[in-house]
Design a protein around this ligand. Structure first.
Ligand SMILES: NC(=O)c1ccc[n+]([C@@H]2O[C@H](COP(=O)([O-])OP(=O)(O)OC[C@H]3O[C@@H](n4cnc5c(N)ncnc54)[C@H](O)[C@@H]3O)[C@@H](O)[C@H]2O)c1
Length: 299
């Protein structure tokens, strides 16, 4: 097994930030790259505020929190990931963008480095086809928020080797997560169910079945889900959710057709917590704003 000390992370959005935090807290040195300088700056602020909150909640000591922060380095060029022992991609959910990135990662990194994608649903085999050594490409699917969610879904593409699966399971566990091993099918074991539930909730909202609050409450208390479908979609980001649904619609058929109201939300920029408004509204600190107004589907 290659000793993993340095983890390279590509993409400093919602997931890249969470994965970087989790890796650093578990003692790994992290190099974080994004095409956007402002995303990198924002990422460092978000990680620092997450460390602060975890210290306040006594889930992290001050010393451990500070040590984690010093382990994260942002880099301005992909080439600076060349010496990493394991690389995790968390960029936009777009097959072309991911393939182009994996072509570059394959070219810059030694051949015993695992190249993992955090894709929510896309084909690992298709992403891997861009690499000259597709057997070292694997799905390592973290969940949002990474520091709280216990699972990593390890997804095997057609050519992924046993060694790569073992290395990824080991890293997932050492990052403090439970792992499941999944054979590649669109949406894996989790996104396939979650996309269906979120989409159905939007159809229910469009039909006027109930307010978002009541639908969320029904699913939480009646079905024992920890979060309602709208709370979860606001956290995931409806743009990401829509991309997953479009892909599942293409590959698995009609039952995944994206709800027109969900599509409208994305067109209007109501993407969820990351834009301050999705199905619900959030203040500057990310706290949900309680609405006084009566329910209507256009809300
Ligand atoms: N949001 C979730 O809850 C969630 C959960 C599990 C998996 N995922 C998956 O994780 C991935 C990232 O999702 P996210 O929600 O963090 O997205 P995001 O939109 O928050 O962040 C994506 C980041 O990638 C950067 N980026 C885009 N192209 C790039 C490139 N070629 N090189 C480097 N950086 C690039 C963008 O500048 C942006 O900062 C997606 O594949 C998504 O499906 C998301």
């Amino acid at each position: 097994m290659r000793q993993v000390d340095h983890i390279g992370i590509v993409g400093a959005g919602v997931m890249g930030v969470g994965i970087a935090y989790q890796a650093a807290v578990q003692g790994y040195d992290v190099r974080l790259f994004d095409v956007s300088d402002s995303a990198l700056e924002k990422a460092i602020q978000q990680i620092a505020s997450l460390v602060k909150r975890q210290i306040e909640k006594e889930r992290l000591t001050h010393a451990d929190g500070q040590a984690a922060l010093t382990r994260i380095q942002t880099v301005k060029s992909l080439d600076e990931l060349a010496s990493c022992d394991f690389i995790i991609e968390a960029i936009v959910e777009d097959i072309g963008a991911k393939q182009s990135l994996f072509r570059k990662l394959d070219a810059i990194s030694p051949e015993n480095v695992v190249l993992a994608t955090n894709t929510s649903a896309k084909s690992i085999t298709e992403i891997a086809s861009a690499a000259s050594r597709p057997e070292r490409v694997i799905g390592m699917h973290f969940f949002n928020p990474v520091h709280r969610m216990k699972l990593v879904e390890v997804v095997r593409g057609l050519q992924t080797t046993d060694w790569v699966v073992e290395q990824t399971v080991k890293l997932g566990r050492e990052m403090g997560k439970e792992t499941v091993r999944i054979q590649e099918r669109p949406g894996f074991a989790t996104s396939r169910i979650s996309a269906l539930v979120g989409n159905e909730a939007f159809y229910m909202l469009m039909e006027g079945v109930g307010s978002p609050e009541d639908i969320d409450q029904a699913v939480k208390l009646g079905l024992n889900y920890p979060m309602g479908p709208f709370e979860l979609g606001d956290l995931v980001g409806w743009d990401t959710r829509l991309k997953v649904l479009q892909y599942l619609h293409e590959t698995l058929g009609e039952k995944f057709r994206p709800c027109p109201l969900l599509v409208q939300y994305v067109k209007s920029g109501r993407l969820g917590r990351k834009t301050g408004q999705g199905v619900y509204r959030y203040d500057e600190q990310g706290r949900r704003v309680k609405e006084q107004q009566e329910f209507s589907i256009g809300r």
